[in-house]
Design a protein around this ligand. Structure first.
Ligand code: ADE
Length: 237
């Protein structure tokens, strides 16, 4: 983590995924930019900017860049749901990313498949200190049968449902644990801007034919409370 006074950015794609965080911010003020509400407030004495990005890599990149460039965010945490792709990853489990990749990126034959052109990287690493803090908070926040995993998350502009779609990602990235639609875009923005970041996902489905079933109810009943518990612990510690 960098040593500047922390200015936190907390992002999710959808409002439910942030849990109760926005309601716990003290002295909140809202700035509306590019159709998004950037809500600034204090949490346990720390400055936090919370925002929902909407779905997809472009929306996530726009929002992350705004947090950094307009609000001086120097620590960024993304929370939300994902589809499970790892063999041991079940619905309700939690995955903390150590690395992220854009599974739908290919500028082949100009660059190797998956490599971010001119950045020379395929996988982007999360900040180890922030990721460890998020992992510790997540471990304490698990309930019931929930288990914590850490490793590779793949992002792309597709909702993955069905064996063939899921298998294509596993074929390219055999160690992948989960798939979602924003994390690797946030990772690229943070990498290029030099901002430490971490990503946590609750597994809402296993990217099969029934992936969209009960999606909204899962966010409300499982992902939102988990995010609330994790973020409360992250800021308490
Ligand atoms: N977010 C939650 N589930 C997902 C899936 N199956 N594909 C992409 N993003 C997701």
């Amino acid at each position: 983590m960098n040593k500047a006074t922390p200015v936190w950015g907390l992002m999710a794609a959808l409002p439910e995924e942030l849990g109760d965080l926005v309601h716990r911010l003290q002295a909140p003020t809202t700035h509306r930019i590019a159709g998004r509400d950037f809500i600034q407030g204090q949490l346990q004495g720390q400055t936090v900017h919370a925002v929902t990005a909407r779905i997809g890599k472009v929306a996530a990149a726009l929002t992350a860049t705004t947090l950094i460039e307009r609000f001086g965010v120097n620590h960024l945490v993304f929370v939300g749901v994902a589809g499970g792709l790892g063999q041991q990853v079940r619905r309700g489990d939690v995955v903390v990313a150590h690395e992220l990749v854009q599974h739908d990126l290919s500028a082949w034959p100009l660059f190797p498949r998956g490599e971010i052109p001119l950045l020379g990287k395929t996988r982007l690493s999360c900040d180890p200190t922030l990721t460890q803090a998020l992992q510790t908070a997540a471990q304490e926040a698990l309930v019931g049968e929930q288990r914590l995993h850490s490793g590779l998350i793949a992002s792309g502009d597709q909702f993955i449902q069905g064996h063939d779609m899921a298998q294509r990602i596993r074929d390219h990235y055999p160690d992948v644990l989960a798939v979602e639609m924003e994390g690797a875009a946030v990772a690229q923005v943070c990498e290029e801007c030099g901002v430490p970041f971490a990503v946590l996902r609750t597994i809402s489905d296993v990217a099969d034919e029934g992936a969209a079933h009960d999606f909204v109810a899962f966010m409300r009943d499982t992902a939102a409370p988990l995010a609330s518990r994790v973020l409360a612990r992250l800021f308490a510690g």
